[in-house]
Design a protein around this ligand. Structure first.
Ligand SMILES: NC(=O)c1ccc[n+]([C@@H]2O[C@H](COP(=O)([O-])OP(=O)(O)OC[C@H]3O[C@@H](n4cnc5c(N)ncnc54)[C@H](OP(=O)(O)O)[C@@H]3O)[C@@H](O)[C@H]2O)c1
Length: 244
């Protein structure tokens, strides 16, 4: 008997931070797997380009800022009014500014904490009522290996990623009985626009050894495709050129 991989056809997935990098790659792979996707992000033009690429029957763009609970609710409302339901939320939007804790301005620290942690909480709180209405679903949080052990020049960023893992572990205990699986994806350095100009550079030579956005997107799709009798609570991953 072949393994009973879940068919994602018709499943509705909302992704924050879907205008670039991991979120954009996840949107593409999910549509290839048959899902409908609702894309959140601040850059409207990027959202329009993504919808044009993926097809308006498969994808919807919502200009939104994850730091706003009301914007997160608009993302979910758009999913339900356009596609009739919401099965999965992927809180993925995030920013990283590298440097010692005294290097950042107060505003930069606030922006990192509000985007990475508060934005994750707001997106999940907005999505859960619709997911419960749909009879269950998945929360797939894109955290980081920085959330497992921190790093030398990323204390505040790592703190936001640890916070996501605390949230994920607790929510798994809270939501499993309600038919909702909670997964934290923890990638190591991934070659995207992330932190370009804030600790990384365009075409960073290190990218050759790092994960690609598609590697991480594949992990997101795979946990969703697991039969609902199983769940993955954490998926940590590194490129073969990266030290764990
Ligand atoms: N790249 C890495 O090395 C790496 C490694 C481990 C974990 N991660 C995590 O993976 C996630 C995605 O990162 P990535 O590498 O794909 O970065 P990216 O290419 O820079 O994409 C970040 C996405 O987040 C969105 N975003 C940022 N602030 C937002 C806000 N306030 N409201 C809504 N959307 C916002 C951006 O869209 P707009 O600018 O259009 O709003 C963009 O779509 C992040 O949570 C990051 O911490 C990344």
């Amino acid at each position: 008997m072949p393994y009973p991989t879940r068919d994602l056809t018709g499943s509705v997935v909302a992704i924050t931070g879907a205008t670039a990098g991991i979120g954009a790659a996840a949107a593409s792979q999910l549509v290839e797997a048959g899902a409908k996707v609702v894309l959140g992000g601040r850059r409207e033009e990027r959202l329009q380009e993504a919808v044009a690429r993926l097809g308006a029957d498969n994808a919807l763009g919502v200009t939104m800022d994850v730091r706003s609970p009301a914007d997160c609710r608009r993302l979910v409302d758009a999913a339900v009014s356009t596609f009739g339901r919401l099965d999965t939320i992927v809180p993925n939007a995030g920013i990283g500014l590298y440097g010692d804790i005294l290097d950042h301005s107060d505003a930069e620290i606030e922006r990192m904490m509000h985007t990475n942690y508060d934005g994750t909480v707001w997106a999940i709180r907005a999505a859960l009522p619709a997911m419960l209405d749909a009879g269950g679903g998945d929360v797939v949080i894109v955290s980081s290996v920085a959330g497992l052990r921190g790093g030398g020049d990323e204390a505040v960023y790592a703190g936001t990623k640890f916070a996501q893992l605390g949230l994920a572990g607790s929510l798994d205990r809270e939501l499993r009985a309600k038919g909702i699986r909670v997964t934290a994806i923890c990638p190591a350095g991934t070659a995207t626009e992330f932190a370009i100009g804030a600790g990384r550079v365009e075409n960073d030579p290190r990218f050759a050894d790092w994960l690609t956005a598609d590697d991480v997107a594949h992990a997101i799709v795979t946990v969703l495709q697991q039969p609902r009798s199983a769940r993955t609570t954490m998926w940590a991953m590194w490129g073969m050129g990266q030290q764990s």
